[in-house]
Design a protein around this ligand. Structure first.
Ligand code: ADP
Ligand code: ADP
Ligand code: ZN
Length: 212
């Protein structure tokens, strides 16, 4: 059983690195952002309740996110472990993990400067079919505006990657999520990673920090 968590501000590269770790460890990525966007797209009750928060760059209420994660980790693919991406994001969410008897092995904190975060978020594009993530400048697809993995075009920009929404998300991160760094450091499971540089290099930093 291996349970990892990617911690870091919006745009730090949590999703990018989580996908690389999925291959290395053969455990699934559980991205609460992806799950919430899917719920929103599918028009579920959860999606309807979460939408106004997401659209304003605010955190979705804890109870909604916790219920969703509780269900997700009971699926068969999670039996050998998983990589949480973007969860927990508040102390209440981390306490809910304790109540579920979920013990994290490592919390991978990805550190990137604010100007770099803003460049990453502003240029982020994704495939609406397979959800692959690109960057206009730093990770462009081979053929302009077309997904390398499934050929879908055009790539889309997330509505919360607009400048005003980015600012609000960074405020939420600083207020609600960043205290978790010290919290997990206190538990002795925090791994701090310099998140600037080539994504492949960052993957190596993570793997060597985890001793794998
Ligand atoms: P998060 O999940 O933390 O919000 P993403 O993994 O979606 O972050 O990355 C945000 C954007 O930055 C994406 O467009 C991605 O292609 C790009 N990106 C990810 N890692 C790097 C990196 N090491 N250097 C430059 N750009 C990166
Ligand atoms: P990023 O890491 O790029 O900021 P995510 O895809 O993780 O973005 O999250 C997008 C949005 O989904 C957040 O701004 C928030 O509204 C909601 N969200 C995702 N995960 C959580 C969570 N654990 N708790 C509360 N809200 C969440
Ligand atoms: Zn695609």
């Amino acid at each position: 059983m291996k349970r990892l968590m990617m911690l870091g501000p919006p745009g730090a590269g949590k999703g990018t690195q989580a996908q690389k770790l999925v291959e290395a460890f053969e455990i699934p990525q559980i991205s609460t952002g992806d799950l919430l966007r899917a719920a929103k797209r599918n028009g579920t009750e959860l999606g309807k309740q979460a939408a106004p928060f997401m659209d304003n760059g605010k955190l979705v209420p804890d109870a909604l996110v916790i219920g969703m994660v509780k269900e997700r980790i009971t699926l068969p693919d999670a039996k050998n472990g998983y990589i949480f991406d973007g969860f927990p994001r508040t102390r209440t969410q981390s306490e809910a993990l304790d109540e579920m008897d979920v013990v994290l092995d490592h919390v991978i904190s990805i550190e990137v400067s604010e100007p770099e975060l803003i460049r990453r978020l502003a240029g982020r594009r994704s495939c609406k079919e397979c959800k692959a993530v690109y960057h206009l400048e730093f990770a462009p697809p081979t053929k302009a505006d077309t997904c390398d993995k499934c050929g879908c075009s055009p790539l889309i920009q997330r509505s919360d990657d607009q400048p005003a929404k980015i600012k609000q998300r960074l405020i939420e991160y600083a207020a609600e999520t960043s205290p978790l760094i010290e919290f997990y450091q206190g538990k002795g499971i925090l791994v701090q990673i310099d998140g600037e540089g080539d994504p492949k290099e960052i993957k190596k930093r993570i793997q060597s920090a985890l001793g794998t």
